[in-house]
Design a protein around this ligand. Structure first.
Ligand code: EPZ
Length: 420
């Protein structure tokens, strides 16, 4: 198993190029199930979750040629409709094949994703919406078994909660359904917006893109000629590297980024005393005179993302004063707190709220990554710690960060990947 060894440093400088967004790529790869053509996807990130989903599709009969610049996915020979436990257990986002496979074949089985390190993460809203579209759904021996022999039909869906993969799943199901589907309380995350835009550009008329009410005009089972597209930049990867600049209090430039996707993150960094300059696709962060404490509540886009909570928690250990960080989306997304405490952070947890008393002197030690974003928070803390930190279980990190140690080394970090 790999681990990362990182040494504390005093400054970072230079540019980091941002990869394509993992959480945009996953639904876009699932979307190829709706295609009649060999789909060309540009700018997929080189991360484990992408390989997992491509493998899942190939197990079902699809073929692909993976290349970072241009990946081709051909689902014309896809003939299996069961996503088995061995893959779903490694990646919950496998649930994204449910909507498109059901819409195309009238049948789909997906191993029921269990809970994960950050919470229970049910998929009841996906299933309820598919039932409203006419699917029959049963849970049998740990599998979701969905059938819709006469196809899915458009209807009015109101999500009780905003769900990102739930919205993506229903958009894809609705794209091939009979008639019009309206989704109220839809997710507005840029990753969902891109899925809708790609479908819309490929002839599936979708109204309300980027709003909480989406209307999808289904093709009544006709497969779609999907036009080439380029995956949007990963806003969470970008936010993580901005936090690297911030925690070391150095000037750092992030390139190939979409600044308008990072509004809430930049606003919080600004509150903490950092300044920025931005161009169409770059952001430069400048040092703060003094890093100030902050209050953060995670919420759905465009508010502050839960996927940046762990990184800001690490950053708050270097702020003067008391920061309050409230996690509203997942009930157990504070596993990094105990590891940061072991490095010397002064953090107390009360339910879904962390109170961080800064500034703490952190010291390097052995720590364990518990989920994807927790892993990057530990890397950030390691950069500012005295001595050496060994971050174990980085398979979590490899699921979603494209060559993180290489990118950080490029701006002066002392970090290397080693074998246990
Ligand atoms: C997506 O997860 C992301 N994953 C997550 O990224 C991200 O943290 C999350 O959205 C929130 O932004 C992908 O895009 C692949 P949700 P998702 O459905 O879609 C509850 C990362 O680090 N809910 O929007 O699974 C749920 O429990 C990750 O890259 C239900 O109750 O999240 C949560 O409290 C991890 N029933 C809330 O809604 C449902 O049927 C939002 O979850 C679905 C969700």
């Amino acid at each position: 198993m790999d681990y990362l060894k990182a040494k504390g440093i005093k400054s970072l400088s230079g540019n980091i190029e941002i990869s394509g967004a993992k959480n945009a790529s996953l639904p876009l790869i699932a979307m190829t199930i709706l295609a009649k053509n060999n789909v060309c996807i540009k700018n997929l990130p080189d991360v484990a979750d992408i390989k997992t989903l491509l493998k899942l599709l190939s197990n079902l009969g699809a073929s692909y040629e993976y290349n970072k610049t241009e990946t081709f996915v051909d689902t014309s020979k896809l003939n299996q409709t069961k996503a088995t436990y061995d893959i779903v257990k490694t990646m919950r986002a496998s649930i994204l094949v449910l909507g498109p496979i059901l819409a195309r074949f009238g049948h789909c089985e997906v191993s029921l994703p269990g809970g994960c390190a950050i919470g229970q993460r049910p998929v009841d809203l996906h299933l309820k919406a598919l039932e409203q579209m006419g699917a029959n759904i049963e849970i049998k021996s740990g599998y979701i078994e969905a059938t819709a022999p006469d196809g899915l039909r458009g209807c009015e869906i109101v999500f009780d909660k905003v769900t990102v993969t739930g919205t993506a799943n229903i958009v894809m199901a609705a794209a091939l359904a009979n008639g019009k589907t309206t989704i109220t309380n839809a997710a507005r995350e840029p990753e969902v917006v891109q899925l809708c835009q790609v479908l819309n550009n490929s002839g599936v008329k979708i109204d309300g893109i980027g709003t909480a009410i989406l209307t999808i005009n289904g093709t009544a089972g006709r497969l779609i000629d999907i036009k080439d597209f380029t995956v949007i930049p990963d806003r969470i990867e970008a936010g993580t590297y901005l936090c690297a600049g911030a925690i070391i209090n150095s000037e750092l430039t992030i390139t190939k980024v979409e600044p308008k996707h990072l509004g809430a993150v930049l606003a919080k960094l600004e509150e903490m005393g950092f300044t920025f300059s931005t161009t169409k696709d770059t952001i430069t962060i400048y040092p703060a005179k003094k890093i100030k404490s902050v209050k953060i509540t995670t919420q759905e886009y465009p508010a502050f993302p839960t996927d940046m909570q762990a990184q800001f928690l690490a950053l708050a250990t270097q702020a003067d004063g008391t920061s309050i960080i409230e996690e509203k989306l997942f009930e157990n997304r504070f596993m990094h707190v105990s590891e940061l405490q072991r490095m010397g952070a002064d953090i107390s947890l009360n339910g879904n709220t962390a109170t961080v008393n800064g500034k703490s002197k952190l010291s390097g030690t052995d720590v364990m990554a518990t989920d994807l974003r927790a892993s990057s928070a530990l890397v950030l803390a390691a950069l500012v710690s005295d001595g050496e930190t060994n971050i174990h279980r980085i398979y979590h990190l490899d699921r979603g960060y494209d060559r993180l140690e290489e990118k950080l080394k490029g701006v002066g970090a002392k970090i290397e990947r080693l074998k246990e």
